[in-house]
Design a protein around this ligand. Structure first.
Ligand SMILES: [Zn+2]
Length: 305
C-alpha cells in the first residue's frame, strides 16, 4: 500500500524543515542542501533531486525511501557511483497522490544519521571547510564535531561518514569544501543545533553581515563587482566547491544560464573568499581531478544534488 500523506503529518514536518534550511541564501544556494526525516527504522522522507529546499511542500518535492536497505548497502560497500545511484533510486517507495521523484544524491549519508538531518551549504561552516586552517579552528569551537576530508558526493562521501556516524545522539559534521550536516532525534533540536553552529562561527570569527540578494537577469551588481576584482579566469581555474564547479562555468560568469542559482552560488563564493582574506585564512581549492569529476557529472546522468 502506498504511503498516504493524508494520514501522516511527516510531509508537513519535512516541508517546515526545508523552509527553515532553504529560505536563507547564506545557508543554501541554488538547488543545494537537503533535509530528511526518518519515520521508523526503515523509511525516510528526503528532499527530491533537482528541487530547491524552499519548494518542498506536503504536496511534493520529496521522495520516500527504504533507508534501512541503503544503510546496509553502504556498510557492505556501496559500489561505484552509478551502481550506488541506481541502488538509491531502486529503494524509492510510492507516495499516494505524489508524482514519483528521484531522491537526492545525498540520500546515502542522510540514511546513516539520526532521525532528523539538516544539510546545508552554509557560508559560515564553509569558511572552515574551505580553508587550510579551518578544521583546526573548527575543532576549538566544536570539540565534539566530526571533520570529514573532501570526498566527491556519492559513495565515497557516504563511506567516509559511515566510519564516524552514530544513529542516535546529536551530531555535527563539517564536510570539507562542501557544507554542514547536523542530526538530532527531534525537529526542534535539529533546527536549534543548525542555528547554534552557524551563530557560533559567525560570532567566533566576527563575520560581517551577509550581502543582501539583488535579483538580476544577468549577474547581480555585487557579483559583477566581485568578479571584476578576482577576474573570471581566476574563478574558472580555482574551484572551492561542487556548487562552484556545477553552476559557475564560463557562460554563467558572462551572465547566461540559471541566473538565480548562479548569483546565489557566486555571492556565497565571493563572501567566503573576501572573509578568508580578512581573516588571513588560506583557501584550499579542489584538485584538478576532483573538478574533472563534475565535468563528467554535468554531461552524465547525475543531476544536481
Ligand atoms: Zn551538499
Amino acid at each position: 500500500m502506498p504511503f498516504d500523506t493524508s494520514l501522516d503529518n511527516a510531509p508537513e514536518t519535512l516541508a517546515r524543515l526545508a523552509l527553515a534550511a532553504g529560505s536563507r541564501p547564506d545557508l543554501t544556494q541554488g538547488g543545494g542542501g537537503n533535509v530528511s526525516l526518518k519515520l521508523n527504522s526503515e523509511r525516510m522522507l528526503i528532499k527530491a533531486s533537482g528541487v530547491k529546499l524552499k519548494d518542498v511542500s506536503p504536496e511534493g518535492g520529496y521522495a520516500l525511501v527504504n533507508y534501512g536497505n541503503i544503510r546496509r548497502r553502504i556498510a557492505s560497500g556501496p559500489g561505484s557511483e552509478g551502481e550506488f545511484s541506481d541502488y538509491i533510486c531502486s529503494q524509492t517507495l510510492p507516495v499516494k497522490g505524489i508524482k514519483d521523484a528521484k531522491p537526492s544524491i545525498e540520500t546515502g549519508f542522510h540514511s546513516l544519521l539520526n532521525t532528523v538531518v539538516i544539510h546545508t551549504h552554509s557560508v559560515y561552516a564553509n569558511m572552515l571547510n574551505m580553508s587550510v586552517e579551518g578544521a583546526a579552528l573548527g575543532k576549538e569551537m566544536f570539540p565534539q564535531a566530526e571533520f570529514i576530508a573532501y570526498k566527491s558526493p556519492g559513495p565515497q562521501l557516504c563511506s567516509a561518514i559511515n566510519d564516524r556516524a552514530r544513529a542516535a545522539g546529536h551530531q555535527v559534521f563539517f564536510l570539507a569544501n562542501h557544507g554542514l550536516a547536523v542530526a538530532n532525534a527531534g525537529v526542534l533540536g535539529a533546527l536549534e543545533l543548525n542555528e547554534r553552529v552557524n551563530d557560533t562561527i559567525r560570532r567566533g570569527l566576527s563575520l560581517p553581515p551577509y550581502p543582501a540578494s539583488d535579483p538580476a537577469a544577468g549577474l547581480s551588481t555585487y557579483n559583477s563587482a566581485r568578479l571584476a576584482h578576482y577576474g573570471a579566469r581566476f574563478i574558472l581555474e580555482n574551484v572551492l566547491s561542487p556548487d562552484q564547479a556545477l553552476y559557475c562555468g564560463p557562460e554563467a560568469l558572462e551572465g547566461r544560464g540559471e541566473m538565480e542559482a548562479v548569483n546565489e552560488v557566486l555571492t556565497a563564493l565571493f563572501y567566503i573568499m573576501d572573509c578568508m582574506k580578512t581573516l588571513n585564512l588560506t583557501p584550499r581549492f579542489l584538485s584538478k581531478a576532483d573538478v574533472l569529476y563534475f565535468d563528467a557529472m554535468k554531461s552524465g546522468r547525475y543531476s544536481r544534488k
